[in-house]
Design a protein around this ligand. Sequence first.
Ligand code: ATR
Length: 272
Amino acid sequence: MIRAAVVGWPVSQSRSPLIHGHWLKQFGIDGDYGRIAVEPERIDRFFARFADSGLAGCNVTIPYKEIAARLADHREPVVERIGAANTLWIEDGQLCADNTDGVGFAANLDDRAPDWDKQRGEALVLGAGGAAAAVVDALIERGFTVRIVNRTLSRAESLAGRYPGRASADVISAANRYAATAGFVVNATSLGMKGDGVVDLDMSVIPSDAVVTDIVYVPLVTSFLDAAAARGLRTVDGLGMLLHQAVPGFTRWFGRRPAVTPELRTLIEADL
Ligand code: ATR
């Protein structure tokens, strides 16, 4: 039996077991995907001995994405750029690390708003935390010039500083100014999660052909997306990012490439 899991502290909130469990069943693979809660004082040892754990690999969630990147023997280029990993596997006895959040973000948009990356204008990213780092990286990969606005300016500056000439930083209160010329707008802050907090952005200034998305998916339609849709803009919810980021890990561990289907979406939506 092939075993994989999600590793974090805590991990009870993770929906990854539902996603991978669905695919294991669909393919009829003799495999298991569980949850492993590792206390902070044990995490170094856990990764150091991963090759002997009996796991083919794992997903990594909060608060261990940075430490996983640091302790891996081999890092994919995206992990070097972002400094965080969410997908680990063993290859030739070595612990290898990837970060699939950015490709998951882009694949969701490819799926739900084809040609989203052909928009005129730059991308506006609200937020500069861990999730925003993956989003910015994916947007740069797709050829966008990116404006990053954040409550804490220094965080936006340090994120933008990784992409000289391609990304720039400002305070979040300047968002409306950049929104007026943006072809793509994403909320990558935690504002709106479980209805907590509201993103202060004037949707009326955004060009009418722009695509707007949110990384928050609880609720599925955030007040941010609701306001964008009311203005007539093309919107994409954040659930697909969670589903698509799981594809590369499953493929590596279990040897089959799964699809993100309406059935899977319905299954996870029912759990939100
Ligand atoms: P994640 O890994 O989910 O991105 P994070 O790294 O803690 O979590 O980042 C949270 C993001 O939401 C940050 O951009 C944060 O802004 P700061 O860098 O200024 O903290 C943003 N955020 C959280 N609460 C916010 C609020 N009340 N107003 C504005 N931005 C907020």
